[in-house]
Design a protein around this ligand. Structure first.
Ligand code: COA
Ligand code: AMP
Length: 631
């Protein structure tokens, strides 16, 4: 393979079958594919049709059998429990094989779904890999979601088994998981047959009836299970992500394409070789955690760090430098918001001076645009290339990046650099026509998408076509606006839908509005994302109370905040709701969310000609000033 970006990129688009066919030779297949790309059922594509493999075999057994058995596969670094645990490839393989036995004892077979609702502990990784070993489909649900969100996912995925733990630890707070799990199962229409609970020493969760099983007891009784052959296109996991309504979208990932693309990306994008130490500070509940805490580093035979802590407060703003130094991390990946948190507490980055970080070579950031301030600060204090790269739950890996393993380009602040090989990226106007360099439009990827990207939405092929493929026929609509400049650098400006980005977490304002609308005193409402120094954006709500409601408005506001926390979860970071007399609307009744957002962000705005009552904007502005958002 060539080492020059342009040649590699051009080849990947000109001859995708030749390109990915060669890449796939680097993986283990029980049976090679008959066809690299099957496009007989457009717009659905299948990579490596006819191929048979096992994802867990490629992540673990392959390395055990080829000389890496005693190399560390996973380091669990947990400042919140003051512990560091190392697993060699052999140890991890053995634990995974045993837990696969536990799942099999409960009747889990190829194609069955297993929901994993766990904190950042090694058992979560073990559960994911054990599912892959059996060909079962895991769906990890982030711990910061409330019971209601978990119930929605249970109803959609219909898991046979749920795997959970007695508690998570958020900074210094212990969060019990079992009450949330019990409530979710109670709320869900589809009931799991079994819940397997890992008991952590801080909380012993009561296990109920025949349904609940203790992880340790099950492990003692089970026997190891071998890898099950699956087809390339068989689903590996479902990962739910925010859609434009309260109904989350279940992104479906295949086994074959995912393995090929992710393994390749480790060298091409992150310059990681087998044996190198790679650390992604995220959560296994997000796609970043799936791809770059678990699967890709293990496919590559590198060492992955799983971190149960925060950027600050566990114990201080030097936590990241301590981990990088202690484990000899070469490439580190997190979200810009984590760096803003560190910068707030340690503006001169004094803590870094306490550590030897000489093995550290690259910092990668994603999840939201890296603002030039954060970029400059990190470059100045860490003295390594700081690389913004752009991707989505749907894509599993980067659409645009500075592929340092192929050819490193100078950084342009505000840009995730160039499209990654495999991604035929264009900027389109509203008619779907490609725009010239420098002009802003919707960023869209010409089909076929490269291996690893979503196959469909779980149980909803039509929804997949409608949501992603129908706006611009022949293209995948990223729903991000942006442009590509004369040098081929991509600039991502923000979403074209109602999704906002809160501390690197993706949330739908529409979904929050649906929750607010459930409040008995709320007649109508609007939620917008406003700028926040730490989290990038935070949601705030405006509610109009129903006629005849004669209550203290501040009580209603507090109830609204609580409702969102209870229904969606603390991760929504919804801390502000304001009662207003009316919402600003156009004469045709469309709520002017964009104008409200501009007022909150202190940006210039023009009063839309179609507004039905311009006076209302003054009331909105006054409310925002009172709440400390606008000036
Ligand atoms: N389980 C339970 N609760 C959780 C949780 C989990 N796994 N993760 C977050 N929460 C809770 C937090 O405790 C917080 O609760 P609170 O409102 O009671 O304080 C709430 O959800 C919001 O969490 P978060 O947005 O993470 O804010 P924070 O103030 O706790 O931390 C940062 C701010 C910047 C330090 C933190 O967001 C961070 O490290 N972000 C990294 C981003 C990241 O991993 N992105 C993933 C994509 S790359
Ligand atoms: P998620 O699916 O949670 O990973 O969120 C994906 C969305 O986050 C994208 O559609 C973008 O809006 C945003 N995003 C992620 N990475 C970047 C980035 N590097 N620059 C700009 N936006 C980003």
């Amino acid at each position: 393979m060539t080492h020059h970006y342009q040649e590699t990129y051009d080849r990947s688009l000109r001859d995708p079958e030749g390109f990915w066919g060669e890449v796939a030779e680097d993986c283990h297949w029980y049976k090679k594919w008959d066809q690299v790309l099957d496009d007989s059922n457009k717009p659905f594509y299948c990579w490596f049709k006819g191929g048979e493999l096992n994802t867990c075999y490629n992540a673990l057994d392959l390395h055990v059998e080829s000389g890496r058995a005693e190399q560390t596969a996973l380091i669990h670094d947990s400042p919140v429990t003051d512990s560091i645990t190392y697993y060699t490839y052999r140890e991890l393989r053995d634990k995974v094989a045993r837990f696969a036995g536990v799942l099999a004892d409960q009747g889990v077979e190829k194609g069955d779904r297993v929901i994993i609702y766990m904190p950042m502990i090694p058992e979560a990784a073990i559960a994911m890999l054990a599912c892959a070993r059996l060909g079962a489909v895991h769906s990890v649900v982030f711990g910061g979601f409330a019971a209601n969100e978990l119930a929605t996912r249970i109803n959609d995925a219909k898991p046979r088994v749920i795997v959970s733990a007695s508690c998570g630890i958020e900074g210094s707070r212990v969060i019990e998981y079992k009450p949330l799990l019990d409530k979710a199962v109670e709320l869900a229409k589809s009931k799991p047959e079994k819940c397997i609970v890992y008991q952590r020493p801080m909380v012993n969760a009561p296990l109920s009836g025949d349904r609940d099983l203790d992880w340790d007891e099950c492990m003692q009784k089970a026997r190891d299970r071998d890898c099950v052959r699956v087809k390339s296109e068989d689903p590996l996991y479902i990962l739910y992500t925010s859609g434009t309504t309260g109904q989350p979208k279940g992104v479906v990932r295949d086994n074959g394409g995912h393995m090929v693309a992710l393994k390749w990306s480790m060298k091409a994008v992150y310059n990681i070789d087998p044996g190198d130490v790679f650390w992604t500070a995220s959560d296994i509940g997000w796609v970043v955690g799936h791809s770059y805490i678990i699967y890709a580093p293990l496919f590559k035979g590198s060492t992955t760090v799983m971190y149960e802590g925060k950027p600050v407060g566990t114990p201080n703003a030097g936590a990241f430098w301590r981990v990088i130094s202690q484990h000899g991390v070469k490439t580190f990946f997190t979200a810009p918001t984590a760096f803003r948190a560190i910068k707030q507490q340690d503006p001169q980055c004094m803590y870094v001076k306490q550590y030897d970080i000489s093995n550290f070579e690259y910092l990668f950031l994603a999840g939201e645009r890296t603002d030039p301030d954060t970029l400059g600060w990190a470059e100045q204090h860490l003295q390594v290339p700081v690389i913004d790269h752009w991707w989505q739950t749907e894509t599993a890996w980067a659409i645009a990046a500075n592929c340092v393993g192929i050819e490193q380009f100078p950084v342009k602040p505000g840009s995730p650099t160039k499209p990654v090989p495999g991604w035929n990226l264009h900027t389109l106007d509203t008619q779907g026509e490609p725009l010239p360099p420098g002009e802003i439009g919707t960023l869209a990827v010409k089909l076929p998408l490269p291996p690893g990207s979503l196959m469909t939405l779980w149980g909803n092929d039509q929804g997949f076509v409608d949501k992603y493929l129908s706006t611009f026929p022949g293209y995948y609509n990223t729903a991000d606006a942006g442009y590509i400049d004369e040098d081929g650098y991509v600039f991502v400006m923000g979403r074209t839908d109602d999704i906002i980005n809160v501390a690197g977490h993706r949330l739908s304002t529409g979904a929050i509005e649906e929750v607010l609308a459930e409040h008995p005193d709320v007649a109508e409402c609007a939620v917008v994302g406003v700028e926040d120094e730490l989290k990038g954006q935070v949601p705030i709500g405006f509610v109009v109370v129903s006629a005849g409601v004669d209550r203290d408005y501040s009580e209603i506001e507090q109830e609204c905040v609580k409702l969102v926390r209870d229904q969606i979860g603390p991760v929504a970071a919804f801390k502000s709701a304001t009662v207003v007399q009316r919402l600003p609307k156009t004469r045709s009744g469309k709520v002017l969310r964009g104008t409200m957002q501009k007022i909150a962000d202190n940006r210039e705005y023009s009063i839309p000609a179609t507004i039905d009552d311009p006076e209302i904007l003054n009331e909105i502005q006054k409310n925002l000033i009172d709440k400390g958002f606008a000036q």
